[in-house]
Design a protein around this ligand. Sequence first.
Ligand code: GCV
Length: 685
Amino acid sequence: MTTTEETHAVTSQRSTTEHVTVHPAWLPGAASAAVGRRRVVVAGDGALVSTVAAEVAAAVASHGGSWTRLEAGAGVADADLVLTIAEADDGPAATPDAVVQAECDESFRFMRDAGSVVVEAASDAGLLHGWFHVLRLGEAAFDGPDADEKHAPAAALRVLDHWDNVDEHHTMGQVERGYSGGSLFYAHGRVREDLTRVDEYARLLASVGINSVAINNVNVHAREARLLTDDLMDVARIAAVFRPWGIRVHLSVSFAAPVTLGGLATSDPLDPQVAHWWVRAAARVWGAIPDFGGFVVKADSEGQPGPFAYGRTHADGANMLARAVAPYGGLIHWRAFVYNHRQDWRDRSTDRARAAYDHFAPLDGQFDDNVVVQVKYGPLDFQVREPVSPVLAALPRTRVALELQVTQEYTGQQKHAVYLGPQWSEILRFSLGDGVVSNLATAGGFAAVSNAGDDPFWAGHPFAQANLYAYGRLTWDPSLDPIAVLDEWIAQTFPGSPVEVGEALHAILDRSWETYEMYTTPLGVGFMVRPGHHYGPDVDGYEYTPWGTYHFADRDGIGVDRTRATGTGYTGQYPAPWCDVYESLETCPDELLLFFHHVPYSHVLHSGKTVIQHIYDTHFEGVERVEAMVTAWEGIAGLVEADVAERVSERLAEQLRSAEEWRDQVTTYFFRKSGVPDAGGRRIY
Ligand code: GCV
């Protein structure tokens, strides 16, 4: 059958929803041109094979090719591209229609023989990944030498968490730490009727291998809690939109739900009535959404309820929930972000960085198999520079997910162009015990806070789309070079652009993470942001607060002594060699010096500069680099679409203003504290 009858709509051009013209991100119509002009065969059964078929149908309809859909195992006709489910010895591998299989084999094989391509997958999810691989390669899929490659994700879980509130008027905004307008899922206090953009978003996520989303804030307020009850059928509508893209939906739930929603007197995890309440809740949820993914829980953290109130451990809490969802193959993503947010700043012995390890390391081996302990990449909170969390090495008998932040809470809030691929790559390649990735790959995976919203550019800053793209690509294959990933994003987002466009985008973005670090908080000390919204400089903003994020700058020096010898002992949470590397001033890397040590301003870094001169130099150079970004952009702005040009220009102007503000406040603050003049004699206020 050669057909265009598939019902699923495929968006490949700018779409217009609710009077907003939406940018196609990295999947513009041009992306499908190489496939669309060829003869394509799609063979096999399964819900996601139908998605692939619809994609192929749309591509050939736009570009003049042809396509055929065959039964699994049918003799394959002459074709340029065959997308097929592999014949398994023990029966069909495809998932049953309309249900995304949990943790199936998502791999695919890519074979090229004299310009003809066969993509073969064990499951329909794998075939969808294979399809997007071909789309990403474009003409290059068909050019080049014969090939036979196996592609498989590094880990089973590749999740995006949305910190979306249903309530548009929430004090934290509709999307907590969201910089891209309102929520994609909710409007006017309820789930949107029109989920067209959710469908487009799901396609973007599927194209980079994301297979799960959590659709509400981990801070679960009263309105959001009702997603689990009154609004469950609306959640089912969202799940139905994600399903054809191989993405399972999760909900964040409140540990106190048996009390707040169920009217019980307690949410003690060892109380049988509480366990029963969750068993019934799970039965309701999976009854409505058979392929529901599971629950995300932020417990005993920043005011959220948890098992501590009942003298129970986090294993007690997580396992009680895990048992309720286990019959359905559900997961509990239990966050390790647990610390005392009401500490006394006068108390130098309490170290927030220690908290997650102190709470969770003793529980290793006590969590049920369907609990995934979700660990932020650093011990504090998504700072521009932190050491990799030692918790990732402390739970060898636990499923663990590494949590990253695509939304740029502490990295410029999508007003600043900051490509985070290099940061994530550095974390993913860091060797901690057996290596972060091998620890995660066994059974865990990756989660990240999404940066997407209902902004026409999805992410506020058009360049922030690159972070969403890179999160998917790097968690599928952490060995990828983040700059090569950026190159992929540029090629797909600006197809057919003159070569200068790509060059300028690389000039702006390749080292933008480092640039942001230069003009903001120095040498790993962190924070120095305005309290509350976390944008812009305020060196002492958190210094005398209960949040545990201090720099301890005085007239003589700066930094947090986290050594075993004289400080909080945090270095002792690391396995060898890091416990010693970080302990010693001789071996501690410059970029983390102030995270681990309190040193005088005159301390000489490995770079040969004093700490104070490093602070001056990096802040002046950081601003110069932003000026160079602006110049690079001005050179090509006329070569890209007008709305993109306008948005980027406006954001770069703000980045420059803000970088100057950071430079002037930070250099002035440390000049006033230390009394040491800048050797370069530059203007300090
Ligand atoms: C959703 C940081 C953010 C909070 C966020 C929290 C978390 O503290 O500032 O907005 O809460 O992390 O990860 O739970």
